[in-house]
Each structure stands twice: as C-alpha cells, then as structure tokens.
Unconditional design. Structure first.
Length: 174
C-alpha cells in the first residue's frame, strides 16, 4: 500500500456517509474503507441501484496482492515470463492429465474443457480461472479470513461488464 487511510470523497458523495475513509493502493487506486457491515452493503446496493443483473464478488485477504489466477502464480514461480503461450501449454497439460485420470466424464456425460477446468479449480487445481461468488458474504469471508491483520479487498463486478457471452452455447472444436 502506498499510504494510510484518509477521508474518501467519491463514496461519501454517492452515499452521504461522512465517516467512511479511503485507502490508497498501488494496484487499485483509492478504494473505500468501510467501518461496518452496513457500509459495505450500502456501497454494494447504491453503486448498482440502476442494474438488475447478477453481481460477482471476490474477496482476498490482502489488498496489496494483485488479482492473479493460481495458474499464473504457479507458472511465475517456475518461469521467468508468463505469456499466453506458456499458459495454454500448462492448461493443455492440465486437461490431458485430468482426462487421463478419468475426470473428463461426470454422470455419464463428457465435460467441456471449461467445465473440466471449473471442476479442477473447485478441487484445488491451479487453473487460470479466478474464484468469485454470487454471494457477497462468501466473498467477504475470504476478504477477512486468512490474514486478519491486513486490509482485505472485496471486489465486485456487475455481470453486464463481462463481455456478453450469456445464454450463448459454448462452441468446441472436435
């Protein structure tokens, strides 16, 4: 982190909360620093009051950490440069290995690559997927759990900012 907390201007104007401070970070800029659960929920509610879509939430226990996938973190420890080519090679290896081990099928149905990666991620494999939740409380738990002495991050994304792939079938090359 770059500096200590200070009075935050933009959420206070938005919400009329005079006691909320801000924290300046190298990665995320100036972010609100709520003092209570009510302030967290007010930020979430008021920031997206004109939207009716799904929110995705991510919580991490240290605001100084960049948001990287576990696959990126694994590759950066072993390679000097992580690029799309090295990420694809790793991901293809992971999919081949999981298929060989019998994880490609579930309930008599073959899983797509994305479904298999999601299954592997759920069971702790290092994939390029970033964990998030539709439940703000689950994400808040992750923001507070592993490093309670650090300032955590609760990161929210509205689904209308995700690229428009909703309700479209996945296409795969056979």
């Amino acid at each position: 982190m770059r500096s200590q907390s200070h009075t935050c201007k933009w959420p206070n104007q938005l919400l009329g909360i005079s006691s909320m401070g801000c924290c300046d970070t190298d990665i995320f800029g100036s972010v609100p620093l709520p003092n209570s659960m009510t302030e967290i929920l007010d930020l979430a509610r008021e920031h997206s009051s004109d939207r009716r879509n799904v929110h995705l939430w991510r919580g991490q226990s240290n605001i100084a950490w960049p948001i990287h996938s576990s696959a990126y973190r694994r590759l950066i420890r072993t390679n000097r440069v992580v690029n799309e080519s090295s990420m694809q090679y790793y991901e293809e290896y992971l999919l081949r290995h999981a298929t060989h081990q019998g994880y490609r099928f579930e309930s008599g149905r073959e899983l797509s690559d994305f479904e298999l990666l999601a299954k592997l991620q759920h069971h702790g494999a290092a994939t390029r997927l970033i964990d998030c939740s539709r439940n703000i409380m689950a994400a808040l738990w992750f923001a507070c759990a592993s490093e309670p002495d650090k300032t955590g991050l609760l990161f929210g994304v509205d689904s209308d900012h995700l690229g428009g792939g909703e309700n479209k079938p996945e296409t795969r090359q056979e």
